[in-house]
Ligand binder design. Structure first.
Ligand SMILES: [Zn+2]
Length: 239
C-alpha cells in the first residue's frame, strides 16, 4: 500500500516505514526511528478485538504486527524492549495461516474491548471516544468532541489530565493562532480536568497555571541533564 494512503488511514508518519526487527538493526539506524502520531484521529473502521491484549512481560507493550514472531516455538519478541515472550496458552494453535487478528499486517491500529478479568466479551463502548470526532482537523474541534466523552473522573477520583507542550520558536503569527486554539481547547475541557503548560526554546518553562497573582514558571536550562527525580523536586511534586 502507498505510504501516503496508509498515513491517511492510520494517522502515523514514520521516519522509516518499517520497524527494526532486532536490537542490532535498531542500533544501526543512522536516523533514529520516530513516528508522528495524530491523537484521536477519526478512523471509520477501527477493528475491535473482543479480548484482552497480549502484553510484553518486561515493558508492558502490546503484541502488534511489527513484533517478530517464531511460530514453532510460540514466542514473540517485543518491538520496544526486544524481550522474548511466550504466547499464552490460548494462542497454542498460532501459525503462519492461523494468526490472531492483532498480527494481521493491516491491523496496526486496533481497539480492545478489554475486560476486568480477561474474559472475552462483545463490548461495543470502547470506541465512543474515537467515533465521536468531527472531521475537522483543528485542535479545538478535536477536543470538543472528545471532551464530551471524557468523564469528570473515575471512581478512584482520577481526573483527566492534559499537558500542552508548545515550541516557543514557532513563528509569531503561527504562535498567535496556536494560542487562540489552545484557549478554545481549554474552554471546552471538563471542569475537573487537570491542565499543564510547558513551553520550550533554549529553556524549558513549566508554567504554574494555578498561580494567578503574576506569571510564574519553573525554568530549566535546555542543555542541562536532570533526572526525573530532580525535575520532580524542582516542581515540588515529589511523591
Ligand atoms: Zn517489551
Amino acid at each position: 500500500m502507498d505510504f501516503v494512503e496508509l498515513e491517511a488511514i492510520e494517522g502515523l508518519r514514520w521516519s522509516w516505514n518499517s520497524w527494526p526487527p532486532s536490537k542490532s538493526e535498531s542500533a544501526a539506524l543512522v536516523i533514529p526511528l520516530s513516528i508522528m502520531c495524530t491523537p484521536l484521529m477519526q478512523q471509520a473502521e477501527l477493528p475491535i478485538l473482543p479480548y484482552d491484549p497480549v502484553t510484553c512481560l518486561r515493558c508492558g507493550a502490546v503484541l502488534n504486527p511489527y513484533a517478530r514472531v517464531e511460530y514453532l516455538s510460540r514466542i514473540w519478541f517485543c518491538s520496544f524492549c526486544h524481550h522474548r515472550n511466550s504466547f499464552p496458552h490460548s494462542y497454542s494453535n498460532i501459525g503462519d495461516t492461523n494468526l490472531p487478528a492483532e498480527l494481521f499486517p493491516t491491523y496496526s491500529a486496533v481497539e480492545y474491548s478489554k475486560t476486568a478479568h480477561g474474559i472475552p466479551n462483545s463490548g461495543s463502548n470502547s470506541l465512543n471516544w474515537a467515533n465521536g470526532l468531527s472531521s475537522s482537523s483543528s485542535l479545538s474541534s478535536m477536543v470538543s468532541s472528545s471532551a464530551a466523552s471524557v468523564s469528570d473522573g473515575d471512581s478512584r477520583g482520577v481526573r483527566p489530565a492534559f499537558v500542552f507542550v508548545v515550541d516557543a520558536c514557532t513563528p509569531g503569527d503561527e504562535l498567535g493562532v496556536l494560542k487562540n486554539e489552545l484557549l478554545l481547547v481549554v474552554e471546552k475541557l471538563p471542569e475537573t480536568a487537570l491542565v499543564g503548560l510547558v513551553t520550550f526554546d533554549s529553556m524549558v518553562r513549566v508554567h504554574d497555571l494555578g498561580f494567578s497573582e503574576c506569571l510564574r514558571a519553573v525554568v530549566f536550562h535546555g542543555e542541562r541533564e536532570l533526572s526525573s527525580l530532580q525535575v520532580a523536586g524542582f516542581l515540588l511534586c515529589l511523591p
